[in-house]
Structure formats: structure tokens, C-alpha cells
Design a protein around this ligand. Structure first.
Ligand SMILES: [Zn+2]
Length: 349
């Protein structure tokens, strides 16, 4: 607890550094970095069963350095971690991509053509639950897009929604959620439109659909918080929104289990992914034919009825209710020549 507090303090001090001399700044950061590294290692609890490893604290999105130019990169005592210094005197940790390139996560089932390379992995082969470290010691997390979820994940009547829909304006930045490597960046004709799929160090994959622009290519290494593209409405979409999916071995689960999209906060550092979170049909693409029906709810019309009186004609009734004869006919399954029986009730709207 005490060392955690110290880290927070140190980070606060470090971000507050406003040295005029860049050499001095570098030296100061390198020194703080060494201190932080040693503290982090010392503060890490010894694993004692799965529950002791669980970290339930929510994680704030990292500060993005959008529009700021990196000046220099410094090594740290941790080979996988570097410090980047920016022209506005800010800095942040990044992981060294060379170091993680050999990770099996980026070798097994790596496919830059097929959206669903895990199709031959059946649900029964996956463990009943698995603990996933969502953030590393760099706390690398950023929301893909912030906002109230318009269409949630899950089965609803006739459809399976494989992700969440978050409203945005065309041109809004879309961020990589965690560190990772772009597996696919392409225009998808199945309905996703401009689609980016990123595989992350933690084994999860995230899908970003309907983008107006894609800034990354297949094979690119990306960091959490990097702008990977711009939001839009490409593909089968009825208005600008981000279709966002989280998958593990191809199986989708509710992204809201990880992220509170309204606040943009990651709900916890370690996520216990249970097999029961997967839907049996989830190892497949989103069916956007159905998504469209979700996006455009049919306007609910309160039905209006008319009781036929002597002298009524279909034409007169239609005029009176501001509709047409053919609409009244189709609502009631009658023909325009049908004889109107007095006292019969017709639906007119
Ligand atoms: Zn969607």
C-alpha cells in the first residue's frame, strides 16, 4: 500500500517536471524511472492462488499524446520498457516492440486475411475460466470511444449482437484499447465497412467497425491510446457509430464487462473470463443485416380505428385520416372494391 502510494507520488512529481534543459529533464526522468521500476517490482504481490492475483481496481484511460511530437526515447532497466519524451515536456512509458515480437500470441493463429482464424478452435477446448491481465505495469489502456452504449451486446429476440454500438460523430478519433498488433485493416464487405482488428499482448482481440478512415495497416504495432482511425458509418450502418467487439480465441463476450463506456474507465486490471460469457454462436461474424434492424427501430404507430357509418367510402375515410385507400386496404386485408358493412371497424393507421 505504502509503496503504491509512493509510485503515485513519484509519477505525479515526474509529470510535473518542467525543466528548461532537456538533458536535465532526461536525467531526472531516468532517475525517477529507476525508482519507479524498483518500487513496482517490490510492490508486486507474490502470487498465491488465482484470487490473490486479481486486481479489482478500475483503471483510468492513459493520457494520449495526440498531436504531440516525440523527441527522444530512453532505455530503462526493464528491457521491455522505454520512456518517450515529447516536445511539450510530457513523457510516457512505452513497451519495446522488439521485445514482444516473439510472443506466441502474435504467432499462433496469426492470419492477416481471414477475420476468424480461430474457427477450428472449439469452445470445448477453452478452459472454463481464464484470468486475463488487462493492463501491464504500464497501465496501458484507453477506451476505444467514450459514450452511452446505444445497442448492447447479446441476444435479443431474433438476433445476436456480437459487440456494442457507441455513437460518435464522423471524424471522431478511435483509439486502440490496449497495446497490440494490427492483424487486419481493410474494407469489409460483410457489413463491418472499414474494419480494424487488433490482437493484444493479453491474447484478446478487439474489432473496430464502420470507420471512415484507417490509419494503421496489417502488421503495425500499436499502443493503447493510439488513434488507429476515425469513426464513421461505412458498411452496413444507419448512422455514425463504432461497432466494437472483444474476442478471445474468436469467441465474443460483452465488452461492457471490461469497459464502462460512459466514463471511459476500465472496470478492473485483471479480468476473469468465464466460458459462460461466450455465446454459442459467437465464433462468427456480426450479422449486419440484423444490426441494421437494431439501428433503425421501427417507429411505433398507435393504431387508429374507424367504425363505418352509413355513406362512408374508403376514399372519404382515407382523406379524413390523412392516409390512402391502398394503405387502409393493406392494413385490413381488403380490396378497394370490398363492400363496407355498416358497423364494421377498420384500422386506418
Ligand atoms: Zn454493432
Amino acid at each position: 500500500m505504502k509503496s503504491k502510494y509512493l509510485i503515485a507520488l513519484l509519477l505525479l512529481c515526474a509529470t510535473g517536471v518542467s525543466a528548461q534543459d532537456p538533458t536535465q529533464l532526461k536525467a531526472k526522468i531516468a532517475q525517477l524511472q529507476r525508482q519507479v521500476d524498483s518500487l513496482t517490482i517490490a510492490a508486486r504481490p507474490r502470487p498465491q492462488g488465482i484470487l490473490s492475483q486479481m486486481a479489482f481496481e478500475p483503471v483510468e484511460p492513459i493520457h494520449t499524446t495526440e498531436g504531440v511530437i516525440p523527441l527522444d526515447t530512453l532505455s530503462t532497466i526493464n528491457d521491455a520498457v522505454k520512456v518517450v519524451i515529447y516536445n511539450d515536456n510530457s513523457w510516457k512509458y512505452i513497451r519495446d516492440k522488439e521485445f514482444i515480437k516473439d510472443s506466441s500470441v502474435y504467432v499462433n493463429y496469426w492470419d492477416t486475411k481471414n477475420l476468424f482464424p480461430y474457427n477450428n478452435v472449439s469452445l470445448s477446448e477453452l478452459p472454463s475460466s481464464i484470468a486475463i491481465d488487462l493492463v501491464d505495469s504500464l497501465r496501458s489502456y484507453h477506451y476505444p470511444q467514450k459514450g452511452k452504449v446505444r445497442s448492447p451486446y447479446g441476444v435479443r429476440r431474433w438476433r445476436q449482437h456480437q459487440g456494442v454500438d457507441i455513437p460518435l460523430k464522423t471524424g471522431d478519433p478511435v483509439y486502440s484499447t490496449f497495446n497490440g498488433r494490427v492483424r487486419i485493416s481493410e474494407y469489409n464487405r460483410g457489413g463491418y465497412g472499414n474494419l480494424i482488428i487488433i490482437r493484444h499482448d493479453n491474447g484478446l482481440e478487439t474489432f473496430y467497425g464502420h470507420l471512415s478512415e484507417r490509419f494503421v495497416q496489417s502488421g503495425d504495432w500499436v499502443e493503447a491510446g493510439q488513434v488507429i482511425g476515425l469513426g464513421g458509418s461505412t458498411g452496413r450502418s444507419s448512422g455514425p457509430h463504432l461497432h466494437f467487439e472483444t474476442r478471445y480465441f474468436g469467441q465474443t463476450f460483452d465488452p461492457e464487462r471490461l469497459i464502462d463506456f460512459e466514463t471511459g474507465v476500465l472496470r478492473r486490471q485483471t479480468f476473469l473470463l468465464k466460458k459462460s460469457f461466450f455465446d454459442i454462436h459467437s465464433n462468427a461474424a456480426q450479422d449486419f443485416e440484423q444490426e441494421n434492424e437494431i439501428d433503425q427501430p421501427k417507429p411505433q404507430v398507435n393504431p387508429v380505428y374507424h367504425k363505418i357509418k352509413s355513406g362512408d367510402t374508403l376514399g372519404a375515410i382515407a382523406r379524413r385520416y390523412g392516409t390512402t385507400v391502398s394503405k387502409i386496404c393493406s392494413l385490413n386485408g381488403i380490396k378497394s372494391t370490398t363492400i363496407l358493412r355498416i358497423g364494421r371497424t377498420l384500422r386506418v393507421k
